[in-house]
Design a protein around this ligand. Sequence first.
Ligand code: F0G
Length: 346
Amino acid sequence: MRGILIRYRHLLPLTSKTPLVSLEEGSTPLIPLDSTGKDLGIRLFAKFEGANPTGSFKDRGMVLAVAKAIEAGARGLVCASTGNTSASAAAYAARTGIPCTVLLPGGKVAMGKLAQAMVYGARVISLKGNFDRALELALEVSRELGLAVVNSVNRYRLWGQRSVAWEICDELGHPPDVVVLPVGNAGNITASWAGFVQYSRIGKIGRIPAMFGVQAEGAAPLALGKPCPEPETVATAIRIGRPVNGKKARWAVRMSGGRFLSVSDGEILDAQKRLAACEGVFAEPASCAGIAGLYRLASQNGLSTGKEYVAVLTGNGLKDTDAATSGKRPPVEVDAELKAIREVLL
Ligand code: F0G
C-alpha cells in the first residue's frame, strides 16, 4: 500500500492540487497478544504504530497536514512536541523540502526522538518550560511568522489519524468491542473515534467501539477532570497538563460508552516489560499506558470477558531506551572465552 493518502484517498479531504506526499506510512501490523489476552480474559490485539516510518502514529496525520500546508503555499512548518510530533514533522518536511521549526520542553524529550528531529534537519529549539507552554508559543510563532502549525490543533493532522480506525476495521473485518489508547494532548483518541464514526456513516461498520483513554497518574487532567499545572511522568510523550483537544476527547469518549482512567509510572513500566518479554513487542512507555490501563481495569473487574480489545501501541520502544533500561542490571561482562560463557550459563 502506498501510504495513507493513496490507500484512503476516498475518505480524505484531498483536491486535485494536494501533493501525494508519502513515506509509505500506515498499514502497521495488528498483532494478536495471546499471552496478555489470556492473562486478562479477553481477546486482545496490538496495533503496532511503532512500525510507521518515523516510529510513531504521528505519521498518519502528519502526511496529510504537510500535504495540505504545501497545497496552501505555507512557507514553513512549526510545532511544539514531547518528541514524536517533532520527529514526524521534521521527516515530512525533509521529504518535501519545506523548512520546519520544532519547540521542545527542555530535558524532557527522549534521546531517540531528539536525534530524529536533528538528523532530519529541523531547526530545534529547546525551551525552559513544559509542553503546554511550548504549544502556546508555537501558536504565537505561527501567527507572527506565517508558518503552518502541525500540532493536533491542525484539523488535517486529526483527519489523517482517523486512518488507524479504518485499518483496524479493514483488518479484523469488523469493529472491535473496545479500543484503548494512551492520552496526552487528546488528539489521537478524538481522531480514532471520528474514524470509526466516519466508517459507520458510510456503512462499513454497524457500531462504534468503546474508547478507553489512559493517562499517567502525574499527568491525568482528563482522568481527574481538572488541569495539571505541573505534569510529571516517565512516559514523557504524554507529559501534558492541559490537553488542547480535551473537550472533544471527553465528548468522543462519552459518546462511545468508554472512559478515561490513569495508571502509575510503575504500572506503565511493568506493562512495557511484560509486552516485551512475553509478546516480543517493544513499545515506548506512553504506548504501554493502554496495556497498564487494561491490567488496572482487570484488577477492578472492569473488563468484559471474551470481548475483543485493540490496544494502540503508539510509539516504538527504540525511541526511549533510557526509560526501558533504567534500573535494570547491565549485561554480565566476561572474558571472550567459551569457558567464561559456560560459567555464566551453567
Ligand atoms: N503516545 C505517544 C507515543 C505520543 O507521542 C503521544 C503524543 C501520545 C501517545 C498521545 O497522543 O497527544 O494525541 O493524546 N505525543 C505528542 C508529541 C504530544 O508531541 O509527540 P495525543
